[in-house]
Design a protein around this ligand. Sequence first.
Ligand SMILES: Nc1ncnc2c1ncn2[C@@H]1O[C@H](COP(=O)(O)OP(=O)(O)OP(=O)(O)O)[C@@H](O)[C@H]1O
Length: 944
Amino acid sequence: MPCGMAMDRISEGPTSTCRLLTVHRELLVQQLKNTQCILDNLQGSGFFCTEDAEIVMRATTKTDRVRRILELIQSKGEEACEYLLYILHKVCDTYVELHPWLKEIQYEPSTSIQKMPVVNTDPISKYCEKLRHELGRDTRFIVSYSQKEETLLEDFYTDTLMELLSERNESLGYLNGLEQLLDNTGVFNPHAETNLITGDAGVGKSILLQKLQNLWSKRELNTGAKFLFKFRCRMFGSFKETDRISLKDLLFKYNCYPDSDPDEEVFSYIQKFPNTVLFTFDGYDEIHSAFNLRNIPEVVCPEEKVHPLLLLMNLLSGKLLKGSQKIMTARTGTEIESRVLRKKVFLKGFSPEHLRQYTALHFQERQYRDLVTLQLDASPHLCSLCSIPLFCWIIFKSFKYFHAKYDNFELPDNGVTLTKVFLLLLEVFLSRSSSPGLLQRSTRCTAETFKAGCRTLVAFSKLALLGMRKNSFVFSHEEVAFCGIGQDDLHMGFLRPVNHYDACGSVAMYEFLHMTLQSFMAAFCLVLDESIHSGGILEFFSECEYQKVSRIPCISCLQSNRPRGTDPFQVNDHLQFTNLFLCGLLSKPNVALLEQLLLPGSLNKRRGILKSYLSQTVKLHLRGLPRHTTDTEGSKVHVMPNFLWALRCIFELASDDVAKLAARGISANYIKLAYCNMFSADCSALNFVLHHHHKCLGVDMDNNNISDYGVKQLRPSFCKMTAVRLCVNQITDNSLEVLAEELVKYKVVKVLGLYKNQITDVGAKLVAQIIEECPHLRIVKLGGNKITSVGGKYLAKAIQKSKSIFDVGMWGNSIGDEGAEAFAQALRNHPSLTNLSLSANGITSKGGRSLAAALKENTSVHIFWLVQNELTDDVAPDLAEAVLVNTGLTHLWLIDNHLTVQGAQHLAEALSHNTTLKEICMKGNLVSENEQQQFVEEKRLRFS
Ligand SMILES: Nc1ncnc2c1ncn2[C@@H]1O[C@H](COP(=O)(O)OP(=O)(O)OP(=O)(O)O)[C@@H](O)[C@H]1O
């Protein structure tokens, strides 16, 4: 008996499968839902005859049928019983509810029973298996530029940073694994059903979905989804306005059809149990449709044939297949009405640790790995680019290729631009396909390679531009041929075949290896095509005007005020990239290369036009930005996300003239770049402009994706920064080394914002040094880091010495009582510290007593927060004494501690003798509503 031993252990008695069925009869009767597949197999294997099957079928309820099967099978002996278990084991999807039980009894089929065939006759689970099989096959590889070189997803997939966002895009921390994409962590709207993943171009949104699908296909995704339907959103935009399709067709035609399901059981099951369905919709921003959804009813029924876009909208909003799980990806900035969103996750690419892992996967040989790591470490800008997986992949692939071919090939250095990265990719394409004579060259000659590949470049770039103009990313065979791309060219790597499920069915279709490559090639066409008049090169700038506020795509049928006839999904990232690459291609460092491909006169003319356009628009953009003046920080300018594109263009163009104009245009004391979606490589662009800004400037970069790489790139600019705000940016202690060195050197800093980063005591020591040595530093925000009592002590000592410090925020660290005692020392007779938050720091009454005693000798602190600590009534008399004596405090916040009515009485009594305190907030303590009544007269003691 194969599983007898395990069963012995579990239920101490049964030694046969037969007996096991008796012991667990109740569970089996309850959980065994599908009897048909069991009957089919029992009959097929000869354990049941027709009459047995009829006896079972005569029972009217499912549970009775199970009872009869169990009775009959037990009468047939041990082998038949064993075979029954084997069916449950083999037909996984049908009997999935019983799998925990099989695991519990440590079921292992015997060798003899494994020889018996089991056929899955349940259409639903057969379909699940088919879906899993097809998805498993489709998601095995990461696409590469060479079909032969396809790499296994499993071998190269590396985790990326997944940040959970609130409805208002505030950071809620990072996800620990893919399953958290679907669970309840960070859900801000439990009534909505769509989980949104956003991120920049190439950050790995599609790969993340692919990984998820792959895990599901291997039953390694713990979601309970029986069905997974994947869609690329761009497909929904490729239908004609008159096209109509039913939900059933949408699901099956673009995934796979159920086999032998004459009664349409699969679709009925999906409709009946939508919670068993998981949808993935990739690239919502890629829908481009002129189709007007306005006059079409919002709600559709599952049987009705309607436009596919309408089906998509209804699925996303939960009006169709309500309860199904949905994950959708979109580029950052795509605005989707939050009422359809359940939660939001922002992909931030590789962290330094992820980059190390990815490097190790790419370069298995230690010698190469060390070389690459060395070169990466030397260039924070290159590391920044590599934090975006797509760019990292291009850089690593090119390195591998050229390193194998030429001696001493090195990774591009700090001066590398994104255009250079894509030029490198092109060089690989062109030299891979060049003639053997050229291949044998021992020295790399980029110009020669481009010259030889000019015809190919023209052809592919023409196709790319054609697509950009039509908002089309998929190309027919005719279009490809029309642009002069021959059969041989198709294997170069620029294009890849489109998966079979795209809208246009069986016609041969192609797309560029990545949309960013299409943007790049389109820019190439604008430069190369002499038939485009010089002014024509600016054609996409007008669509992304820098004066305009960022794009406003939306789920149009849920939105009512969009003008009729406009593309409801308009997103222009791909055009922004084309503009960016245009600047890069026409930049001075690339002139020599481009001169090989077109006449110098034409090149100069194009460059001149671009420069003057960019100068003009940057000036206009900056003039139009919202500004306001504050007493403490002077004039402030708040830039829009589009300004970032302008910065990127200036950097790619490498034009000091335009950078100077931009620097002059800022003309403010403070520039706010918070929530601008800056990633670390953008710091090089910012630095490039700030280099020409000669006055001191406050720079607010809170809530971006800057990381330690970005801080390193900003090094030359810290000399003029009066405010350095880098909150919520994954800053670690490494950045603090740079900051301490630079800020202490120039001593101009007044504000240092670092909350919600990854700073430990090591970094806290460096912050302490900055506080101590920068005589103008007034504000330091360090909340939400990993600072303990050790760091707390360093900081407190430095604060004690500072004569300028005004506001210190430490919310959400863990300095504890020891740290609190150190801060108490700092408070005694402090000349300037006015606002202090030691909230959520694990401070008990012991630490509280020290702080209370210090307050008796302090007049500077006005606002003191001790929210979310462990204070009890033990500290109340001390606090009361402080309240009696202190003449500086105006606001004392004790919210969410453990004070009771006795504690409140002490404070109320002291408060009656204090005229400066405006409030003591005691909400969230242990004072009942009834008890609060006795303090109604003392309005300054607040409980709500
Ligand atoms: N997690 C990852 N591990 C390894 N490689 C990755 C990962 N994510 C992305 N890549 C690499 O980067 C390339 C681009 O990724 P992907 O297409 O997923 O980006 P995306 O965010 O969907 O971009 P877009 O918004 O432009 O469509 C992939 O083809 C792959 O080579």
